[in-house]
Design a protein around this ligand. Sequence first.
Ligand code: OGA
Ligand code: MN
Length: 282
Amino acid sequence: MAIHFENIKEHIGSRVSWDDRSDLFAPEAAKAIREKVAERTVLVFPELNLTDEEQLAITNAIGPKMRLTNTTNVQSNDEDVYQVTLDEKINPQPEYVLGTFFWHMDGITVDMPPPFATLLSCRIAPDKGGETEFASTYAAYAGLPEDEKQALEGLKAVHSVRASLSPIADAIPEKHRERVLGIGLVKEHPLVWTHDDGRKSMVIGTTADHIVGMDIPAGRAMLMRLQEWAAQPAYSLRHKWKKGDFVIWDNTGAMHRAIPYDKSTGRMMHRTSIAGAEAVAA
Ligand code: OGA
Ligand code: MN
C-alpha cells in the first residue's frame, strides 16, 4: 500500500496521492487516513471519482458511518448518501443547503456526539462560486493569546438550528418560515472542547446563538470575533472543486462553508458522515 500526503498549508490541509487507486481501499488505509484527518483537519483526494458504493465503503472503513439528515432526497441511490444540491427536484428543502453558505460545524444540535468527519464527493463542479472553505478551530485556539484562552475557560454557548438559519430566514417563503425555523433543536456546548487526547478546539459557527450567562450582545460579539479569528488565512483553506474531487474533514476541529453558488450551475456534491467517537467536553 502506498498513500502519500503532502501539506497544503502549514496549519491545515493535506493533498493525498496514491500509487494504485486500490491502495485507498486496503484495510490499513482507513487507519492511516483517519490519523491524517485528525492531524491535518482536511484531506483532499484530487479527481478520485468515487462511486456511491466506494464512498460508503471508505466512510464505513474509517467510520462507522452515520446518517446526519433525515431528509430523503428524491434521487438518492442510498439513504446514507445525502445529495447537496439546490435543485429542488432532488432536494425539496433548499434552506439547509443555503445555510451552508455560512461558517458552521455539522450535527452540532443533534442528540448524539457531533460527527467525527464529513466526506464530500464532487459530482458536478460549478464554473462560478461553490468552493468550500475550511477553518481549523484547533489551530485557531492554539494561536489565541494566553489571556484570551483563559477568558474562554468555562464558557458555554447555546447552539440552535434557528440561529444557524437566521442569516437566510428572510429568504424562506413566509408560509414555510415558522415550520423551518421552528425545528427546535437546541444544545449547550462548552466553547472550548478538550478532546480525549488532550487537544483543544473551539465549538463555534452559525449554530452558536449566545453565551450562557453573558449579555446577549456581548456574547454574540465574542462568538463573531472567534469566527473571524478562526477564518483568518493562516488557519483556513479554500478548495476549488473539480469533478471527482473527494474531501474528508475533521468536523470536530473545523468550521466549513460553501462560497455562494447559483442553482443554475448544477453544483452537486454527495455527502456521507462518520459518527463521532466523543461528546463535546470541557
Ligand atoms: C454540508 C456542507 C458544504 C459545501 O453538506 O454539510 O456544509 O460546500 N457542504 O457544499
Ligand atoms: Mn455542513
